[in-house]
Design a protein around this ligand. Structure first.
Ligand code: ADP
Ligand code: ZN
Length: 714
């Protein structure tokens, strides 16, 4: 059975391997067992039921809470050549009838519908006469009041098990808490369900946090790094959405707004423009997001602090669903804390307590100096299995610790004491900066010994430090106005018994994350652009979102391997038979024309592609091959052929593939090779990154790459 699934995976989706837990999740369905699958956004949940649905006899019934989600998935399936349909209220009676006919004649592999419709009058009876392979419940946390998105109609799904006791049910969600999981099992009446819980680390997301100062400039810097790429900017309030949109458009960035205050129709139009890439940026309140499965969102910016890490994870998680690198930047201000407190003021006691706790954890995340990946994982009860994530501002060294943290902290704390713990952040900052503010002069605070003590620092820096001291528990903000008071820990700092860690943004340029470096490795950017334009055109002609035609990962692979023929095109991840026959000719022509014009070679890179025969090699490559045959060291070969070392490693990898070499000496020593071989067990040998990561970066990327090239020949 699993073989059939593998075949379907390659034929319809163009994938050759599974993401973590996908195989286990599929085995449940093939074996007829109930299951609850918890995987993060982008973890590949839909494939867990789509691939078995294709191979099992009958039709799989998929329950989904939103029309947009159903439409996206059905469109995607049809693009891959899988017979799928949905039933929803936007369809005409004719469309409706035709879906029902297809269903009754067993022509559908998947049918998507809402819980209301599934349990509506007569529908279960209709299904009773049809062969159903299984029920898949998407966004299953909607059954739970403990989730963030309870839907009463999901509760009724409990009837399914009673109506169809022999049909397996699989529930899928990205919401991890134990409460929710238990609720899903109970509410759906699952029997002996297998629980599959994935890691919640989104290693391809690069998290960054900064105090907010001039937000438009800060946002501008992020956008600078993502020209022409899709992204979402979240604001706390509608007003902020509108303002930011105006400002961005005035600067020539095309951005569309989205918030609950807009007319339904306008919102829908903007969402559609974003999905079809007519605009790249959407500026939104949290009203935006549910039902957006756009896989190639490359950045998510928050211009204010969300009210919990759950919210942050969910919103920022909309970036990088395709597994490629994406950036999540959070700009926070002390005012956000107060705003949320204000909005939460009317909550009943118990709820208020929980909300306040979540808020303060969120705030600690912002002001903390711990690895962001670790902080988020710890919050969700998991741990990070590496020391340096290589994908957050802390680990990338973008924050610099202030040398004299203790002295700076003491200056701030003593100023608060001198102000008799009566003032908030803004006022205290101004006193420390030595401001000539009327109010300060009138109160005589310009005569305090702490007046102007930090005048050689920026206002943003001083504010940031105060917030950090709050975050680290040295200062507390009291009451409606957030009056600063010194905590016992703060007094310990004043007495020199405890040193807090204060940091400031580093002045060096932004580091490129390892994830980004890896996923762009050997990609011809010019060709990537050309293919992206082709994709946009195809998408418009077929009236589907671009990412459903080909994902970004597929475009990069194409621009890396540059296939010349359909057989080789089919080996690219994300190109199945249907897409190959439908778009293959255009894709191959684009690649051929580009490579001809640029003098780029084709059919190189990638282990799946055979190394090129001698007659197709460039002069540099030929010389390199000769030198490798003499076992010359890499550096020497690089110099001899006047190529960068990275290119030379590429030549070596091709040489190894071509000559079918199985041990990497003299380029990598035996013990290193043994370690890589060990780490690569049960791994997909065509993927370098997972093995490199398993080794915690202790062995260089190139060495791992060379070793894997040898292992592939065994
Ligand atoms: P989720 O629903 O868990 O957020 P999706 O089902 O949308 O995740 O999948 C996320 C991305 O991963 C999609 O672009 C999908 O095509 C891709 N994907 C899923 N399974 C695989 C696989 N086995 N190999 C490669 N890519 C995959
Ligand atoms: Zn980190």
């Amino acid at each position: 059975m699993m073989d059939a699934v593998q075949k379907a995976l390659s034929r319809y989706w163009g994938y050759s391997s599974f993401l973590p837990l996908q195989q286990e999740a599929m085995e449940c369905l093939l074996g007829g067992r109930d299951s609850v699958v918890v995987l993060p956004t982008g973890g590949g949940k839909s494939l867990c039921f789509q691939a078995p649905a294709v191979t099992l006899p009958g039709t799989a019934v998929v329950v989904s809470p939103l029309i947009a989600l159903m439409k996206d998935q059905v469109d995607g399936l049809i693009q891959c050549g899988v017979p799928a349909a949905r039933l929803d209220s936007t369809q005409s009676p004719q469309e409706h009838q035709s879906v029902l006919t297809d269903l009754k004649t067993n022509r559908l592999k998947l049918l998507y519908l809402s819980p209301e419709r599934l349990l509506s009058n007569g529908f279960p009876e209709l299904l009773a006469n049809i062969r159903i392979s299984f029920f898949a419940i998407d966004e299953a946390h909607c059954v739970s009041m403990w989730g963030h998105d309870f839907r009463p109609e999901y509760r009724r799904l409990g009837q399914l098990k009673r109506l169809f006791p022999h049909i397996p049910i699989a529930a899928y969600t990205a919401t991890a808490t134990e409460h929710v999981r238990n609720d899903i099992v109970e509410q759906l009446g699952l029997q002996n369900a297998r629980l599959l819980i994935g890691s919640f680390d989104r290693s391809n997301l690069v998290y960054k946090v900064q105090p907010r100062s001039q937000i438009i400039r800060q946002v501008g810097e992020v956008l600078e790094r993502h020209k022409d790429e899709s992204g979402v900017i979240y604001c706390l309030r509608r007003r902020d959405v509108d303002e930011l949109c105006v400002q961005l458009n005035a600067r020539g960035c095309r951005a569309a707004p989205y918030h609950a205050g807009m007319a339904d129709e306008d919102r829908k139009i903007n969402q559609e423009r974003f999905i079809t890439e007519k605009v790249h940026i959407i500026v939104a309140t949290i009203a935006f997001g549910m039902g957006i499965d756009k896989s190639n969102v490359r950045f998510v910016i928050h211009t204010g602090m969300p009210k919990s890490l759950e919210h942050y994870q969910q919103e920022s998680g909309r970036a990088g669903r395709d597994g490629l690198e994406a950036e999540c930047c959070l700009f926070y201000g002390g005012g956000d804390y107060g705003l949320w407190q204000f909005l939460m003021r009317d909550l009943p006691d118990e709820a208020a307590k929980i909300a306040a706790l979540k808020l303060s954890e969120m705030y600690n995340y912002c002001t903390g100096v711990q690895c962001r990946h670790r902080a988020i994982l710890n919050y969700f009860g998991q741990s990070l299995d590496k020391d340096n994530c290589g994908a957050c501002d802390v680990c990338l060294g973008e924050l610099e610790t202030v040398d004299d943290s203790l002295v700076v902290a003491q200056k701030i704390l003593s100023c608060i004491v001198r102000l008799e713990q009566q003032f908030g952040v803004g006022y205290t900052t101004r006193v420390l900066l030595g401001s000539k503010d009327q109010r300060i002069l009138e109160s005589g605070h310009d005569t305090l010994s702490t007046y102007g003590l930090l005048s050689d620092h920026s206002r943003q820096a001083v504010r940031g430090w105060i917030e950090q001291l709050v975050g680290q528990g040295c200062i507390e903000k009291v009451g409606q106005y957030g009056v600063l008071t010194v905590t016992p820990k703060g007094w310990a700092v004043l007495r020199g018994r405890h040193t807090p860690h204060l940091f400031k943004p580093a002045e060096k340029p932004v580091n490129i994350s390892r994830v980004a470096a890896d996923s762009w490795r050997a990609v011809d950017r010019g060709l990537f652009e050309a293919l992206r334009q082709l994709r946009t055109r195809i998408a418009a002609e077929n009236r589907v979102p671009a990412y459903l035609v080909f994902g970004d990962a597929t475009l990069r692979d194409l621009a890396r391997q540059r296939p010349s023929k359909p057989e080789i095109l089919l080996r690219i991840k994300g190109v199945g038979e249907k897409k190959c026959s439908q778009y293959g000719a255009e894709v191959l022509a684009t690649i051929r024309d580009y490579c001809r014009a640029q003098g780029q070679e084709m059919d190189i890179h990638g282990p799946a592609v055979l190394a090129c025969p001698p007659e197709n090699r460039s002069a540099a490559r030929q010389t390199a091959f000769q030198l490798f045959a003499q076992k010359r060291p890499l550096k020497e070969v690089a110099q001899s052929v006047c190529r960068a070392e990275s290119t030379t490693v590429q030549y070596l990898v091709e040489y190894i593939a071509y000559e079918r070499i199985v041990t990497p000496q003299p380029w990598v020593d035996e013990p290193t090779f043994a370690r890589v071989a060990q780490a690569a067990r049960n791994c997909d040998l065509s993927k370098i990154k997972p093995v490199f990561e398993r080794l915690n970066g202790q062995i260089s990327y190139d060495a791992v790459r060379i070793c894997l090239a040898c292992l592939r020949n065994r």
